[in-house]
Design a protein around this ligand. Structure first.
Ligand code: ATP
Ligand code: MG
Length: 419
């Protein structure tokens, strides 16, 4: 029988603090980002002098505190504005999934309208982007005062930087606008229109990757708030002063060094610690150890893989299933064999079939995403080269079948491979 809820002992005192999603938990300080926050501060400070905030472009790889840092500074400015009766609005537009300036503009119109009308305004539809931009200006003029527009993950718009171009040049009366673009895509930053770069890029703030010491301190502060019997000695808020009855000494260093070795991503470090704590809490043993961090890493990687596979195209999914099938039947995943199997499997569903060389490209794509491993070897004297494909080391055939069994296009093939 599974246990009931509510009577388990727990290591947590505030479980939400270990949420890595900035929408769920906002850190109240980011001491590792003092310099970057100072620069943001400088860009926003003119507001307190009745001037216009400077436009900024915030750049840095994923999980470096860009969103958290910009939100923190914007909140601080809002606090100042509230205390000083300054009319200030901050709109935060997550641009993920907005693959054109058009989509950013519709989101922006909605958010700006909601300032006056409250939640629940629909996004406008059926307009041209120029009309949408006029609507943005109208809204801004009506709101007045100072409006800070944060365009987060703005690289989503790709080459269509119309919205940045127009917004960075706009000067509607009587409102003062500050534009903060955030991106983790170096290519996007480099490709920006020269005019946009010269206005946005003038104040560019770079968030460089955290090292493992930074990550240890970030994790230690989260742990102190999230876990019971965990505190800092003598008020020093760093890892070397951390005391805990719940965390084994090596837990935080391991999570930090795993994340530092990859990309220095604080989100990844927090997710590792959080997952490890969940695993330990679930075991009910009251302490989190290094083995929990290792298990967490494995689980997270498995889940990420499942997401990647789920998002593949139908043809790549079928190609993957041929390799799974070959592996389950102990046959060799050589391109010609796999292609024969592929034609066979395609017969069970309604799909077009690819010629061998295009099919091989799909296999290569999967190898490129580290889902497959590719081995290239000679067929024997004068016979040319041949490729064999197998599942990459950490990829489990059953979890692929589980992931794809409910897929509307390839689900029937999964049944055939299983049988
Ligand atoms: N210096 C820090 N102190 C405390 N928490 C931090 C710090 N830096 C980042 N974090 C936390 O790490 C997580 C990731 O940060 P954030 O979402 O701001 O990253 P990002 O740079 O915006 O990444 P992305 O480019 O993927 O959007 C968040 O939970 C955030 O609170
Ligand atoms: Mg972000």
């Amino acid at each position: 029988m599974s246990q009931g809820f509510g009577n388990e002992d727990t290591i947590y005192q505030d479980v939400d603090v270990l949420e890595a999603d900035v929408g769920k938990y906002k850190p109240s300080e980011l001491p590792e980002r003092e310099d970057e926050l100072d620069k943001l501060h400088m860009a926003l400070r003119p507001v307190t002098m009745d001037g216009s905030p400077r436009d900024v472009l915030v750049y840095g790889p994923t999980g470096q505190g860009k969103t958290a840092g910009v939100q923190l500074k914007a909140d601080q400015l809002q606090e100042w504005a509230d205390e000083n009766d300054h009319q200030l609005e901050v709109v935060h537009i997550p641009c993920k999934g907005a693959d054109k300036s058009y989509h950013v503009l519709t989101r922006l119109v909605k958010e700006l309208r909601e300032i006056r009308k409250g939640q629940g305004v629909d996004e406008p539809s059926g307009y041209q982007r120029k009309q949408l931009f006029e609507m943005v200006l109208d809204e801004l003029e009506t709101i007045g005062g100072t409006v800070i527009i944060i365009l987060d993950e703005i690289d989503a718009i790709g080459e269509d930087d119309y919205v940045l171009y127009e917004l960075s040049r706009a000067n509607p009366d009587p409102v003062k606008i500050g534009l903060i673009g955030i991106t983790n895509d170096l290519q996007f930053r480099n490709n920006l229109d020269a005019d946009v770069r010269s206005s946005l890029g003038q104040r560019e703030i770079t968030f460089n990757p955290y090292n493992s010491n930074h990550l240890k301190n970030i994790l230690a502060r989260r742990a102190v708030q999230a876990l019971r019997d965990t505190y800092f000695e003598d008020g020093h808020e760093d890892f070397t002063h951390l005391q805990s009855d719940v965390l084994n000494g090596g837990t935080i260093p391991l999570a930090a060094s795993m994340a530092a070795q990859e990309t220095g991503d604080a989100r990844q470090a927090i997710e590792l610690l959080s997952y490890a704590c969940d695993l330990a809490d679930d075991e009910g043993i009251g302490t989190v150890a290094e083995r929990h961090v290792r298990a967490a890493k494995e689980e997270i990687e498995k889940e990420a893989l499942i997401d990647t596979i789920g998002a593949e195209t139908t043809q790549r999914k079928i190609a993957l299933l041929t390799v799974v099938s070959a592996e389950l039947n102990d046959s060799i995943g050589e391109t010609t064999n796999l292609h024969r199997l592929y034609l066979d499997l395609c017969g069970y569903i309604d799909t077009n079939t690819l010629k061998q060389h295009t099919f091989r490209e799909k296999l290569n794509d999967l190898a490129h995403s580290n889902i497959l491993a590719k081995d290239r070897h000679g067929r024997g004297r004068g016979q040319g080269m041949s490729n064999t494909y197998s599942l990459a080391g950490d990829v489990d055939p059953q979890s692929i079948l589980d992931t794809l069994e409910d897929d509307s296009r390839v689900g029937d093939i999964v049944d055939i491979v299983r049988s």
